[in-house]
Design a protein. Structure first.
Length: 392
């Protein structure tokens, strides 16, 4: 896998008249692989539009399928499978939502590519470098007429897209520093909830996959990848060259093998651009999830609920030394939209409009960027992108 294959060539563009068999006002039949909490949430959003119909469900565990049938509108009539290959072989399934544990994403993505389905795969791309490389190898065999999206929803948010347009238009000048804050959580865990304690250890671990680094990639890969994806996106979809980081556990988990619940990573991108990740878990309910982009003429701040533009205003320059209240705000736009709903609407709308679209490479890069940060934290030294790739 060379640097060009990782950075990606120009997207393939095919004629809309030949790319899809769908006609205007038709319906896309979709299935869900993985009917846990995320599969139920995203699957419910997918059923809300007139352009989609849920026709199939798949999960390893029967009780998860039963829960989905009771919670997702229309799911009671959907066919049920315990094997993802059987769902993918269903000719009535046009598109698939992959919402399985992170370490299974490459396997299920590979199978969906082979079945020539439209794909909406939850983030991240995988839990480790080898999984990401497997996904890229599968992607090379894709049908370019199929739509492939990942659960990096910010890229479909109206607020984020406006901020990105401001950024690329140079509205805040020359940018050399970006920051992602992923600060949120509840009380530190002190005792194990002993969920699924009557199940065999392997099944219990699979059901509680998020707490294990080998299954989820850890918090920086499974959670913080959202903010990391935004940094890469605003860096013109370039990946960083290297990273340094520090982190650790303030409150050890009673279950699982996370080795960090707070971390700070500095990513070095081409052309002297830096991206900082500031992440803290177990914050007693306090939340600060946003991104900031500092330019020579201003600062952009992005969030799931607002967009802010800061710059020089008449009263900024003459404030007293002790008055540190901010008066630089030029624009603020609020949003009540659910950015996941915006992403799922774009998925089905794009299929029916025959819009060639594929975000596999950028999603794999963002996942690898998170893994790069994890390696830098674990090794407590600078780690390069190439060294990270060789670690598979």
């Amino acid at each position: 896998m060379n640097r060009r294959s990782l950075l990606g060539a120009a997207p393939l563009v095919v004629s809309s008249s030949t790319a899809f068999s769908y006609q205007a006002n038709s319906t896309v039949n979709f299935g869900i692989i993985g009917t846990g909490g995320r599969g139920q949430y995203v699957g419910t959003l997918m059923t809300k539009g007139p352009q989609s119909r849920l026709t199939a469900l798949c999960d390893k565990f029967a009780d998860r399928i039963d829960a989905a049938k009771s919670k997702i509108p229309g799911a009671a009539q959907a066919r049920s499978y315990r094997d993802h290959q059987q769902l993918l072989a269903d000719p009535n399934v046009d598109a698939v939502l992959i919402a399985t544990p992170v370490f299974l994403h490459p396997e299920h993505f590979e199978a969906a590519i082979a079945a020539r389905k439209h794909i909406y795969c939850e983030k991240p791309a995988g839990a480790d470098v080898a999984g990401c490389q497997r996904m890229l190898r599968a992607w090379e065999k894709r049908d370019p007429a199929k739509r492939i999206q990942f659960g990096f929803q910010q890229r479909f948010s109206a607020q984020y897209r406006k901020a990105h347009a401001d950024f690329t238009a140079g509205r805040i000048g020359d940018v050399k520093l970006m920051k992602s804050y992923w600060v949120l959580g509840y009380l530190p865990p002190t005792t194990d909830a002993k969920l699924y304690q009557d199940l065999p250890p392997n099944e219990q671990k699979l059901r509680r996959w998020a707490f294990w680094n080998s299954l989820s990639g850890g918090p920086i890969v499974e959670q913080d990848c959202h903010g990391i994806d935004v940094l890469n996106w605003f860096a013109r979809d370039q990946h960083p060259l290297r990273a340094v980081g520090r982190g650790g556990l303030r409150y050890p988990l009673p279950y699982g093998d996370w080795n960090t619940d707070h971390h700070n990573v500095i990513y070095e991108y081409p052309d002297g651009l830096e991206g900082w990740l500031i992440s803290i878990k177990h914050t007693a309910g306090y939340r600060d999830v946003k991104e900031q982009f500092f330019g020579s003429k201003g600062m952009l701040e992005t969030s799931r609920k607002y967009r802010k533009l800061h710059g020089m205003t008449p009263d900024v320059r003459y404030k007293s030394a002790d008055d540190l209240r901010d008066t630089s705000l030029i624009e603020r736009e609020e949003s009540n939209a659910d950015i996941t709903a915006e992403a799922t609407e774009a998925f089905f709308r794009g299929i029916l409009a025959a819009e060639p679209f594929d975000m596999t490479q950028s999603s794999v890069h963002s996942t690898l960027t998170a893994i790069l940060g994890r390696l830098a934290i674990d090794s407590r030294r600078e780690v390069s992108w190439d060294e990270m790739l060789r670690s598979a």
